[in-house]
Design a protein around this ligand. Structure first.
Ligand code: SAM
Length: 346
């Protein structure tokens, strides 16, 4: 088949499918999260075990393969891509991915989740690449506690990274805080005040039972979104909204601030029925649900078909058939998902 014929076939194929990914439950998949590395410069106690085995670099998707898969998703109707990890900004030459994906026509929302340690170096380049929003993970404003939760992290470096992103003109910065009882639940108001003072949004996350960790008992550390909301309401007036940024957060607004307060509540307010996301691991495994193991090996597909795009498109469209209805997170038993969060990213 000539290249032209091949392109025609692909175009017909996309048109036939209305460039739209729909799963068995009628959910439109328009959001891809790409983990570019499972490595991280932190070892957050809820995310990783202290001694982690990382994927050998030889098994990672190349940066070109990451871009090729991302572009194919956009051709199939995906409008939002988040780059995550591990710590995405620790992958060598990662700006190649941002530059290429950021230039794609059709991509409306291009975001990154980062721990902030490399933002002083990368904030300007991310802005130039077309990144629209930055999520920075921040669980504590107390240096000692921050070090304890991250095992190795330097809070001041992260705060300097946030300042750099603000200085580069990013107006859509969101803090993500995983809230654990008796570790940082007493800081939920301080974290919101910090966000409000800088015009940033904040989302509070209930810990998910992904991977074995030895540092704390997840059932004991559970602090629900409703408890956080009650704590916040002792200080602020919080009004529920129907706003949505395409992710799992439920948002509240305050009358005296532009800051949005989000809650990601996998336990107390299940969001699976609205799931619009799939995830690509750094090894090229397309995971259809964060809390299940259903997946397709896209690395094998791209390496078997280095030129033709149709097999990759078909593999992605077909993968929608195995997207599960939802996760089965249970904090009281051993995790059923042995993959730690750093493998898939948040
Ligand atoms: N390194 C980047 C960062 O720190 O944001 C991106 C990867 S990190 C795995 C993405 C997000 O997942 C972070 O906000 C982190 O706090 C969150 N996270 C990690 N493990 C989690 C867990 N078990 N439950 C809920 N959130 C988790």
């Amino acid at each position: 088949m000539s290249t032209t014929d091949n392109n025609n076939t692909v175009d017909t194929f996309i048109t036939r499918n209305n460039a739209s990914l729909i799963d068995r439950f009628g959910r439109h998949i328009n959001y891809l999260r790409i983990s570019v590395t499972d490595r991280c410069d932190f070892r957050c106690v809820y995310c990783m075990a202290e001694d982690m085995q990382f994927v050998p670099r030889s098994q990672l998707l190349t940066l070109e393969e990451v871009v090729r898969i991302g572009k194919t998703f956009v051709d199939l109707g995906v409008r939002k891509i988040r780059i995550t990890g591990g710590e995405p900004l620790t992958r060598k030459n990662v700006m190649y991915v941002f530059d290429k994906l950021g230039a794609l026509e059709g991509l409306e929302d291009f975001t990154i989740t980062t721990n902030g340690t490399q933002l002083q170096r990368y904030a300007a380049a991310l802005r130039d690449a077309g990144v629209t929003r930055i999520n920075v993970s921040l669980d504590s404003l107390l240096p000692q506690r921050f070090r304890h939760i991250t095992r190795v992290g330097d809070l001041h470096k992260v705060l300097a990274g946030i300042d750099s992103a603000l200085a580069q003109g990013f107006r859509k910065i969101k803090l993500n805080a995983v809230v654990l009882k008796h570790k940082n639940h007493d800081e939920v108001i301080d974290l919101l005040e910090f966000a409000r003072n800088r015009g940033m949004d904040i989302s509070y996350i209930e810990e998910m039972p992904l991977g074995l960790i030895e540092e704390h008992n997840r059932a004991y550390a559970y602090y629900s979104s409703d408890e956080i909301l009650n704590d916040l309401r002792t200080r602020y007036e919080l009004v529920p909204t129907t706003e949505n940024t395409g992710g799992p957060s439920r948002y509240y607004r305050m009358p005296d601030s532009d800051t949005r307060v989000g809650f990601i509540s996998p336990h107390s307010h299940n969001f699976c029925s609205q799931c619009n996301r799939v995830r690509l691991t750094a090894e090229g495994r397309l995971l259809l649900c964060l809390g299940q193991e259903h997946s397709v090996d896209l690395r094998h597909v791209v390496r078997s078909h280095p030129i033709e795009d149709e097999p990759l498109q078909q593999a992605i469209i077909k993968a929608m058939d195995i997207k599960p209805e939802g996760h089965d997170f249970d904090l009281t038993s051993r995790p059923v998902i042995f993959r730690h969060m750093n493998v898939t990213g948040g």
